[in-house]
Design a protein around this ligand. Structure first.
Ligand code: IPM
Ligand code: MG
Length: 375
């Protein structure tokens, strides 16, 4: 088969890790007789440098015309003082919105070989954990109404201010707001993704919200329960976000699928990846209605490691495996990539971020070459 892949290498270590992932993709192409046509596209700081905007229209159009997108990482301190709309991160948010990628899958798994790298105690890690975070990605506070205003003494510009001031006059000054908001439709479709995923796993969904305070969370909870009716084999439990941050550390093994809003998912997925002890190893998929998806490592562009041949390309290589599995339905090929990564670890090879005494230290390029070889 012929597959069209839009490749966005991005900033920092992005280009070097994507190059390694492409080696593995080539190995898959040769072994299984597929053609992957890859087109390099600009986004993030790399696009700002050349075109002055983080997400050129040509990039979005080319992504739309592809079967899947492989992304390295975007973000560069050089652009940190840019206004909100012109930061490299805007490229990611723009791609998610423009491509309708509402479901973000972030697996947090412990690799047997690396269990000792987890910051959690051995008794807690046990034989490891395997959590799939399903994060809503195109709604909530990230895409809700927002604004910045200057308040004049005594004037309440909207209902929000009236509530804050309880009818009293409020002091003049700057004011900014971002609104958390969800429609039934948005909750229903992310719930469906979570339950479908749970059906292929341990059939347990933990829905995370703040229903003791927020209206949007109460709607979230109600819709989760409605969707659960269609999945009688799957158990549904509700957790508050604050409690979840504790439970993840106290007993991560209690979780199978976690489904949550955009903002809570952003926070929880960082926590979950940290406790695996191998943040440089974790891939992610962002999916829409059909088979199309965007695949990227969950770590960032790590500017200080750029060009040093020390970044770990495994998260990006495993993102390729997710692409093969979810967008192309190539299960055998996806397994082959994952097995090659397991073999790399089992044979004792380590990049600097996961290196321990007695193992064989390799750089970014050597790691990529070995894994492609093992395929
Ligand atoms: C992530 C990142 C992004 C997010 C940033 C870069 C906009 O933190 O993918 O988790 O907040 O979604
Ligand atoms: Mg994040």
């Amino acid at each position: 088969m012929n597959y069209k892949i839009a490749v966005i290498k991005g900033d920092g270590i992005g280009p070097e890790i994507v190059d390694q992932a492409l080696l593995t993709l080539n190995a898959i192409a040769t072994k299984y007789g597929h053609t992957f046509s890859c087109e390099d596209l600009l986004a993030g700081g790399a696009a700002l440098d050349v075109e002055g905007i983080p997400l050129p229209k040509a990039t979005v159009d080319a992504c739309r015309a592809s079967d899947a997108v492989l992304l390295g990482a975007v973000g560069d301190p050089k652009w940190d003082n840019e206004p909100g709309g012109n930061r490299p991160e805007k490229a990611i948010l723009g791609l998610r919105a423009e491509l309708g990628l509402f479901a973000n899958l972030r697996p947090a798994t412990v690799f047997d070989e690396l269990a000792s790298a987890s910051p959690l105690k051995k008794e807690i890690i046990g034989s490891g954990f395997d959590i799939l975070i399903v994060r809503e990605l195109t709604g909530g506070i990230y895409f809700g109404s927002r604004g910045t205003e200057i308040l004049t003494e005594g004037k309440a510009p909207n209902a929000l201010i009236e509530r804050l001031s309880e009818g009293r006059s409020i002091p003049a000054g700057r004011f900014a707001y971002d609104v958390e908001q969800y429609s039934e439709f948005e909750i229903r479709r992310i719930a469906t993704t979570a339950f479908e995923m749970a059906m292929k796993r341990d059939r347990r969904v933990a829905s995370v919200d703040k229903a003791n305070v927020l209206d949007s969370s109460r709607l979230w909870r109600a819709v989760m329960e409605e969707v659960q009716q269609s999945y009688p084999e799957v158990t549904l439990e509700h957790y508050y976000i604050d409690n979840t941050t504790q439970q993840l550390i106290k007993n991560p093994r209690q979780f199978d699928v976690i489904v949550t809003s955009n903002m809570f998912g952003d926070i929880l997925s960082d926590e979950a990846s940290q406790i695996t002890g191998s943040i440089g190893m974790l891939p992610s998929a962002s999916l829409g209605e059909g088979k199309f998806g965007l695949y990227e490592p969950i770590h960032g562009s790590a500017p200080k490691y750029t060009g040093l041949d020390r970044a770990n390309p495994i998260a990006t290589i495993l993102s390729v495996a997710m692409m093969l599995r979810y967008s192309f339905d190539l299960k055998q090929e996806a397994d082959a990539v994952e097995n090659a990564v397991k073999k790399f670890l089992a044979e004792g090879y380590r990049t600097p971020d996961i290196f321990t005494e007695g193992k064989t230290l390799v750089g970014t390029a050597e790691c990529g070459r070995l894994i492609a070889d093992f395929v």
